[in-house]
Design a protein around this ligand. Structure first.
Ligand SMILES: Cc1cc2nc3c(=O)[nH]c(=O)nc-3n(C[C@H](O)[C@H](O)[C@H](O)COP(=O)(O)OP(=O)(O)OC[C@H]3O[C@@H](n4cnc5c(N)ncnc54)[C@H](O)[C@@H]3O)c2cc1C
Length: 565
């Protein structure tokens, strides 16, 4: 017989470790395991090793809600983030639950047993586990290779071609001419990081991106730390950053021209006098139609000012033996070409899903609250925001899963499944984002819907209400129980009959012995959930007040915005 766990988590990255933390804190009595394809935890932060790899959002919101980011730098380097994830896992004993070298390939749900059967490739074998709930934290892109853009004539090039996702450990670029193809977050990180050492670095972009500069160390956070201590400062700075980023996003949506000018003026101030800003730093789209790139302390602009780096904008005609020629006729000499052309998206880590013997086609499903799938029971996944830090959503997904599991336990439900039977709901793309890497693969992802709870949720403040405080039994989520004779493992008091529409009903008059059984079961359940309830009672009103304050501020912002637009 295969091993059974209550919750099976796929992926030991930032999200998987966070999810495990939430689950074991909320339910110390539940069993769980993490299946991880690689030989290390940390996901993104272990995989990417290119020079200067760092976050492009602040660590107060990329960090977990439950664990303060204590380092002074708000924009952190990859190794520090990896350490943070590892420390979280080790201190909470989560590392003991990770099974490395387990690539999950298939998960099949049986409604008869109310459990998943999960298959994972483990070396030459297939490991099989069963679980009552499946939580997929597999990130959003392929790990084996990045996106290989079509680079005309790249075969002619005699130098070295490197992709940031497979950075050679000892790549020697000292004194060499480097051309970085791309203008996204990876390119704007790599260019200044290589600039001091390389002979010269050119960022070759087809079209410009919005780039804004932020201080590596947040002076307001530093002040908060002095005044209130690390933990309180973390919460305060986190909320400040949520509000500021929400404001920037909302202004970008409502006042794009104002935001374009604001970013443009900041950019001009950091570039040498007379620099051709329009060619190299004036995107054709509006801010936040694609993700804004962030450069800490203006490092990219500094490298340009110091003539260690430059930007070339145009289409590639062909690579030559010694570099690249653009359609404009401009020639860039190169010893090394870095293809920072992006990621290849992959939905749910490539796992095939089946429900009661029927294979699930992901584009045929609709994402419920951006974290569960229509028609797929006891299943959730984590995909973070494109307009804010990933972990803000990841934490909320885990919190919601805990609330959902608690709700089901307290009512004796075995199965929950979101059902879309509202004819007014029409399909939308899951990621409403114009970036090339999203457009290339979005057809393979589940759909979103036109109305709540199927509407694309890219607003942290909205999700805060629905995921942390919203009703679990909202009419869209359907709950059911197994016939009790099939479940000897989880004792259910006799004479309690299943009622598909509501709570347990007493089937008739009950005797003293039965009453005792009911009381014993209730006591066991209460004991199992006591730590969760205590944490809830303790933290709930504080959390709620904080959330209410933020909602008030957000509502005021929303009121003010139309007034100024
Ligand atoms: C270079 C880079 C920088 C980034 N910077 C930021 C940032 O500053 N801010 C931000 O918000 N976001 C950023 N992101 C997005 C980033 O991926 C998330 O912030 C976050 O790290 C995602 O964590 P995750 O655990 O969900 O996914 P991942 O980090 O991708 O981890 C997923 C894990 O699941 C495992 N896995 C996948 N499929 C399977 C399978 N089938 N079976 C078993 N295991 C599987 C993988 O091996 C991996 O360990 C960045 C992404 C990249 C690539």
């Amino acid at each position: 017989m295969s091993e059974h766990v209550d919750v099976l988590i796929v992926g030991a990255g930032l999200s998987g470790i966070g999810a495990a933390h939430h689950i074991q804190t909320a339910f110390p009595g539940k069993t769980y395991a993490i299946l991880e394809a690689r030989d290390a935890m940390g996901g993104t932060w272990d995989l990417f090793r290119y020079p200067g790899v760092r976050s492009d959002s602040d660590m107060q919101t990329l960090g977990y809600r439950f664990r303060p980011w204590t380092e002074a730098k708000a924009i952190a380097d990859g190794p520090s983030i990896l350490r943070y994830v590892r420390d979280t896992a080790t201190e909470a004993g989560i590392d003991q639950h990770i099974r490395y070298h387990h690539r999950v390939t298939r998960a099949s749900w049986s409604s008869t047993d109310a459990r998943w059967t999960v298959e994972a490739t483990h070396g030459t074998e297939t490991a099989v586990l069963t679980s009552s709930f499946l939580l997929v934290c597999s990130g959003y892109y392929r790990y084996d290779h990045g996106y290989q853009a079509e680079l005309p004539g790249i075969g002619n090039f005699r130098g070295q071609v490197v992709h940031p996702q497979q950075w050679p450990e000892n790549l020697d670029y000292a004194g060499k001419r480097v051309v970085v193809v791309g203008s996204g977050a990876t390119a704007v990180t790599l260019v200044p990081a290589m600039a001091g050492t390389a002979g010269h670095v050119t960022m070759l972009q087809r079209s410009p991106t919005y780039i804004i500069s932020l201080p590596t160390e947040d002076p307001i956070d530093a002040r908060f730390r002095k005044l209130f201590g690390t933990r309180r400062a973390y919460t305060l700075t986190r909320w400040k950053n949520v509000l500021v980023s929400t404001l920037i996003y909302q202004l970008s949506q409502h006042r794009p021209r104002m935001m374009r000018n604001w970013i443009r003026n900041m950019t001009i101030r950091q570039l040498p006098a007379g620099y051709d800003v329009d060619t190299h730093f004036k995107p054709v789209y509006n801010p936040w139609d694609q993700r804004l790139c962030l450069v800490p302390d203006g490092d990219l602009f500094r490298a340009i000012r110091h003539r260690q780096a430059s930007v070339a904008t145009g289409r590639i005609e062909t690579f030559t033996e010694h570099g690249v020629r653009l359609e404009s006729g401009e020639v860039l000499a190169a010893d090394i070409v870095v293809t920072a052309t992006g990621l290849q998206l992959l939905a749910l880590g490539g796992i095939e899903l089946a429900v009661d013997g029927h294979d699930i086609s992901l584009p045929g499903t609709m994402a419920y609250k951006g974290m569960m799938l229509s028609g797929v029971p006891n299943f959730a996944f984590t995909i973070g925001y494109t307009n804010a830090s990933w972990t803000l959503k990841a934490d909320l997904v885990s919190e919601y899963v805990c609330r959902l599991l608690g709700y089901m336990d307290s009512r004796g439900y075995d199965q929950c499944v979101p059902v879309n039977d509202d004819p007014r709901v029409t399909e939308r793309p899951l990621l409403d984002f114009a970036a090339g890497y999203v457009l290339r693969a979005i057809d393979q992802f589940p759909r979103a819907g036109s109305r709540a709870p199927w509407r694309l949720g890219m607003s942290y403040l909205n999700d805060l209400i629905t995921l942390r405080h919203g009703k679990i039994d909202d009419g869209t989520m359907r709950f059911s129980r197994l016939a009790k004779v099939r479940r000897p493992a989880r004792a259910v008091p006799p004479r309690l009959t299943a009622n598909p529409g509501g709570d347990h009903q007493l089937g008739g008059a009950i005797g003293l012995a039965e009453l005792t059984t009911v009381a014993a079961t209730a006591t066991t359940r209460a004991a199992r959930h006591a730590p969760y309830l205590a944490a809830l009672v303790h933290g709930y009103h504080v959390a709620f007040l904080a959330d209410a304050a933020v909602m008030l501020a957000a509502s005021l912002t929303a009121l003010v915005l139309p007034a100024v637009s």
